[in-house]
Design a protein around this ligand. Structure first.
Ligand code: NI
Ligand code: MN
Length: 227
């Protein structure tokens, strides 16, 4: 029983669950905070939350090199197939699927999803992982929405929330999100990658811990936590 989460900056996580490696939104090339390159990452599955370039990122190159299966919405998996990704699994909002390593469900997210070449990328999504009896909710790119309360009703062990502002929730709305979800722990993401999303995660952590009983895990890019 081993559940390790490494934050590669932005929305990119490597979740290692009993030997299976799950990679989310693999944005390495062009990411000034990335602690490793796309050539170095090993994974079994890749999850793409929406079509934007800072989330599709290096998916095609990594999937082709590693033979990983890419899980995303139907429109994005079709686009990836056209770009030479062999193994894909399409899902859509509210739908989940059981895999040998656990379960993934796509949740709503309020955002855009155009693909890098302008193709239609369907609806943006959040990712809800069920692994070894634990639940990880990766909100990905979204604004605050009240239905986060429904996601919280599942009993979230770790919420992964954007705090960068400008393109997603900012720090104040991310605190309101913590109050709706009531996770055991929260990991702030999607900040400092670009100038317009600079934030102070330590100040955010202090405020969350003052106002809620959720524990905040602030990581450096490349750093890991155990669940
Ligand atoms: Ni986006
Ligand atoms: Mn983004």
């Amino acid at each position: 029983m081993n559940l390790t989460i490494t934050w590669y900056s932005h929305a990119c996580l490597l979740i290692e669950s009993d030997g299976t490696r799950l990679l989310t939104d693999p944005f390495f090339s062009g990411n000034p905070l990335a602690p490793v390159t796309a050539d170095e990452v090993e994974c079994d599955y890749i999850f793409v939350s929406h079509g934007h370039g800072d989330h599709v990122g290096d998916t095609v190159a990594i999937a082709r090199r590693t033979n990983a299966t890419v899980v995303s919405n139907f429109e994005i998996t079709n686009w990836l197939q056209e770009h030479g990704v062999e193994h894909t699994h399409p899902l859509h909002i509210g739908g989940g699927c059981n895999f040998p390593w656990g379960r993934i469900k796509l949740t709503i997210a309020h955002h855009g999803s155009a693909l890098p070449d302008g193709s239609y990328g369907g609806s943006p999504a959040g990712l809800l992982f069920y692994l070894q009896g634990k639940k990880i909710y990766h909100a990905c790119d979204t604004g605050l929405f009240y239905d986060m309360k429904l996601i919280g009703e599942e009993g979230i062990d770790l919420a992964v929330l954007p705090i960068g502002d400008n393109f997603t929730m900012g720090p104040a709305d991310a605190i309101r999100a913590v109050k709706l979800i009531q996770p055991q722990q929260v990991l702030p993401i999607h900040y400092d990658t670009f100038d317009v999303i600079r934030q102070d995660p330590r100040a955010w952590a202090s405020q969350v811990e003052e106002e809620t009983s959720t524990r905040v895990r602030v990581l450096q890019p490349g750093e890991s936590l155990e669940l």
